[in-house]
Design a protein around this ligand. Structure first.
Ligand code: ADP
Ligand code: MG
Length: 250
């Protein structure tokens, strides 16, 4: 991971923001068919995120936050526009290539955890290894140790608190060492004490060089990020650090 930090620092020298972008969107639009007509969940989003940035995505319910995260995570494809991740135009990839790409590049942290209820914590983490390459129990246990859950590795999700389940989810997201972490309301279901634990974990991961894109309603969590991308009715507004609010895209 320190190599990534080094590369980021070097990458910034003499290069434009777009050249250092790990994520870049050019007029990305996502429409859904609806009974009363087409719903434009994301409208001509044009912005970039550089390696090592921590960006908070905010906006009211239904403004397009999850749509954006699903697109960035290659779980969904734009209706129109170009989405480049780590220099690759994702629209040109087949479904199989996209699966592989996602497993290499992206770790997901969900509000609802999405753990398999009948698998233990360590087995849930190993499942992510399995989808990527090969399972390695020692590595999965080390990931659980990193989030302070080594002693609970044998417990199934129903035997863990919400905060502990979210930490299993973070261990699972980290297991293949992806450069990009996408978090959709990572503390939405947690009490204050567990929110602090998750915030500290994210802080550490950012310091290690991960790029973090985090949807949050919580101003305290949003304040941890270096930049805010606000959504309203599918339109993107960016808040540069200390600068004015700017409407991006067409
Ligand atoms: P948020 O995460 O900010 O609450 P979403 O991205 O989930 O918002 O949704 C944005 C808009 O797109 C909403 O109007 C929602 O109803 C609509 N939408 C989201 N997913 C779908 C879908 N699969 N089919 C139809 N409409 C959808
Ligand atoms: Mg959402």
């Amino acid at each position: 991971m320190p190599e990534r930090m080094h590369a980021t620092t070097q990458g910034m020298v003499g290069q434009t923001r777009d050249e250092c972008a790990v994520i870049s969107l050019d007029n990305v639009t996502r429409e859904y068919p609806g009974k009363a007509g087409t719903i434009c969940a994301l409208e001509a989003a044009t912005f970039s995120i550089v390696a090592g940035e921590w960006v908070a995505v905010t906006g009211p319910s239904g403004s397009g936050k999850s749509t954006l995260v699903n697109l960035l995570g290659c779980l969904d494809r734009p209706t129109r526009g170009e989405l480049r991740i780590d220099g690759v135009e994702t629209g040109t990839m087949s479904a199989g290539e996209l699966d592989r790409f996602r497993a290499d590049k992206i770790g997901f942290i969900f509000q609802q955890f999405h753990l398999i209820p009948y698998l233990s914590a360590v087995e849930n983490v190993m499942l992510a290894q399995y989808f990527h390459s090969m399972t390695d129990e020692a590595e999965a246990l080390a990931a659980l140790d990193k989030v302070g859950l080594g002693p609970r590795a044998g417990h199934v999700p129903s035997e863990l608190s919400g905060g502990e389940q979210q930490r299993v989810c973070i261990a699972r997201a980290l297991i293949n060492n992806p450069p990009i972490l996408l978090a959709d309301e990572p503390t939405g279901n947690l009490d204050a004490a567990n929110q602090r634990i998750v915030a500290d974990l994210l802080r550490g991961l950012h310091a290690e060089g991960h790029t973090i894109v985090m949807v949050t309603h919580d101003p305290e969590m949003a304040g941890l990020a270096g930049r805010r991308i606000a959504l309203n009715h599918g339109k993107v507004f960016c808040h540069p650090v200390g600068g004015p609010v700017v409407r991006l895209g067409r």
